[in-house]
Design a protein around this ligand. Structure first.
Ligand SMILES: [Zn+2]
Length: 334
C-alpha cells in the first residue's frame, strides 16, 4: 500500500476575494484554455496549473499509475493568505477546507484532508481547527513562518496546544522564503530558500522547547526536513560552542529531537535517503511527492521502490509512518 502524504489540491472555481474584500492580491484563477488555468495574484501571473490540480478523478488515474491508492491533500501554500485581515483569512480558509472536504466525501478511500488555518489570528485559527476536526480532518498544513514570525513565537502556542488536544497532526510547509526578493534568478527561492525555511521551522520548534511542551503533538516537516538533517552537525556544534546564543530557551541538544518528528521522503536522491534513514528511522519517513508540481517526485517514490531496502522499511515509508503521523486506520483505505 502506498499513501502519498504530500500533495496539493486546489478548487476549480475560486471566488474573487480581492473584489469581495476590496483589497489585496488574493489568488484568482483565469481559465484561459480548456484543462488549464493561470493562477493570478492581482495582475501578477503566479503559475499555470492544469486540471490535475483540481479534478479528483484525473488525479486518481494519474497516481494509480505509480501504485498509489491514497493521497493526503492540502492547499497550495500561496493560498495561506496570512497577510489578510483575520476574518478574511478565515473566510479563505473556510472556502478551501470545504472544497477539500467535498473531495474527501466523494472519494473517501482515495483522499485524506489537511486543513488550512488563519494563523494570523490565534482565536480564529483555533475556531477553524475545531470546525475541521468535526469534518473529519486528521490534521492541518501551516507555513514555515507566519508573516515572518517564527513558529516559536508565543502567539502560536495555543494553536499547537489545540492541535495536541484535538489529536490533529501538523504538516509544516516552506513558503514566503526568506531573502526571496534578493534572489529572483535561477529559481533560487525554491532551490535554496525552501530547504532553509524548513530548517528555520524545525530549529524554531527545537530551540523554543515546543517538542517538550507538547510531547503528544505530531509534526511532519516537508521536503525531508529541508536542510536540517544535512546540517545537524553544524547546528549541534553551534549549540555546544555558543549556548549563550542557542540554548537560551532549551538546554537539550538539538540532535536528541531527531526521531521525535516526521519528515517526507522528497529527497530526489537515493543516497541521501539512505544516509538519513538510520538517523531518523524509517518509522518517521513518510512517502510524499509534492504532486502535481514539477519540482515534486512525480513518480511517487519509484526511486524508493528501486532501492535495496527491506520490506519492513518500505512498508514504513509507504504507509505505516503516515498512518502513525495522522493517527488513522489503514483499513479505512483498503
Ligand atoms: Zn508542497
Amino acid at each position: 500500500m502506498k499513501i502519498d502524504m504530500h500533495t496539493h489540491i486546489f478548487p476549480e472555481k475560486l471566488p474573487d476575494f480581492t473584489r469581495k474584500f476590496g483589497y489585496g492580491d488574493f489568488i484568482h484563477l483565469d481559465h484561459h484554455r480548456p484543462g488549464y488555468a493561470r493562477m493570478m495574484a492581482g495582475n501578477r501571473f503566479f503559475r499555470e496549473i492544469n486540471e490535475n490540480c483540481w479534478d479528483p478523478e484525473i488525479r486518481i488515474k494519474e497516481y494509480e499509475k505509480f501504485n498509489t491508492t491514497v493521497q493526503v491533500v492540502c492547499t497550495i501554500p500561496v493560498m495561506f493568505s496570512y497577510w489578510a485581515k483575520p476574518n478574511d483569512g478565515l473566510a479563505v480558509s473556510e472556502f478551501l477546507n470545504d472544497d477539500i472536504a467535498g473531495a474527501v466525501e466523494k472519494y473517501p478511500k482515495n483522499y485524506i484532508a489537511l486543513g488550512t488555518l488563519p494563523m494570523q489570528d490565534t482565536e480564529l485559527a483555533i475556531k477553524e481547527l475545531e470546525r475541521i476536526k468535526k469534518l473529519g480532518f486528521p490534521g492541518i498544513q501551516i507555513g514555515s513562518n507566519i508573516n515572518n514570525h517564527n513558529l516559536s513565537e508565543p502567539q502560536f502556542l495555543p494553536v499547537f496546544e489545540a492541535c495536541q488536544e484535538l489529536d490533529m497532526a501538523v504538516l509544516v510547509h516552506p513558503w514566503e522564503m526568506m531573502g526571496e526578493e534578493y534572489m529572483q534568478t535561477y529559481w533560487l527561492p525554491w532551490l535554496v530558500g525552501m530547504p532553509a525555511e524548513t530548517t528555520r521551522a524545525i530549529c524554531s520548534f527545537i530551540f523554543s522547547g515546543l517538542f517538550d511542551k507538547l510531547p503528544e503533538l505530531r509534526v511532519c516537516f516537508a521536503h525531508a526536513g529541508g536542510s536540517f538533517l544535512a546540517t545537524i552537525g553544524r547546528i549541534e556544534h553551534g549549540f555546544n560552542c555558543r549556548p549563550d546564543l542557542v540554548a537560551v530557551d532549551n538546554p537539550t541538544n538539538p540532535r536528541e529531537y531527531i526521531g521525535k518528528f516526521w519528515i517526507d521522503s522528497i529527497t530526489h536522491d537515493a543516497d541521501y535517503l539512505k544516509y538519513i534513514l538510520p538517523m531518523i528511522g524509517s518509522e518517521k519517513i513518510c512517502l510524499g511527492s509534492d504532486y502535481p508540481f514539477p519540482l515534486g517526485d512525480l513518480e511517487i517514490g519509484k526511486f524508493i521502490e528501486d532501492m535495496d531496502l527491506s520490506d519492513s522499511v518500505k512498508e514504513d515509508i509507504f504507509a505505516l509512518s503516515t498512518a502513525k503521523w495522522l493517527n488513522i486506520d489503514l483499513k479505512d483505505y483498503q
